[in-house]
Design a protein. Structure first.
Length: 122
């Protein structure tokens, strides 16, 4: 099973490297469209008019990574109710276990230890 895992990882690595080698040309990423950037520049919002030149594979892999990150965060937020319910249920179970232990101790108080063990076993 371990070898299959390594084989799959090697295939994925080869595919990603071949995509990166095939998409090395530089592209310009702009924060805003050029018309909107000119308007923002006129209004004094020059920080919104930036652009950067990157290889295409960096843009593609960065987009995939950003999408995965957003998905993980979204799912973590969505599962908050389930995690809170599970934590409340665990607290309730712990409280019930303590209550059962206390009740068993009260039931066997003053009895012989051997009789208490036999009574508890049945």
């Amino acid at each position: 099973m371990r070898y299959i895992k390594y084989f799959v990882l090697a295939v994925i690595a080869v595919v990603l490297i071949s995509i990166a080698l095939g998409n090395r040309q530089m592209v310009t990423l702009e924060l805003m469209h050029s018309d909107l950037a000119a308007l923002a520049n006129d209004l004094g919002f020059t920080f919104l008019t930036g652009s950067i030149d990157l290889p295409l594979f960096v843009v593609v892999f960065g987009g995939v990574a950003l999408g995965l990150l957003i998905g993980f965060i979204w799912e973590w937020i969505r599962e908050y109710k389930e995690r809170a319910a599970a934590a409340a249920q665990k607290r309730e179970m712990d409280r019930m276990r303590r209550e059962i232990k206390r009740l068993k101790a009260d039931k066997h108080e003053g009895k012989d230890d051997v009789l208490a063990i036999l009574d508890e076993a049945s």
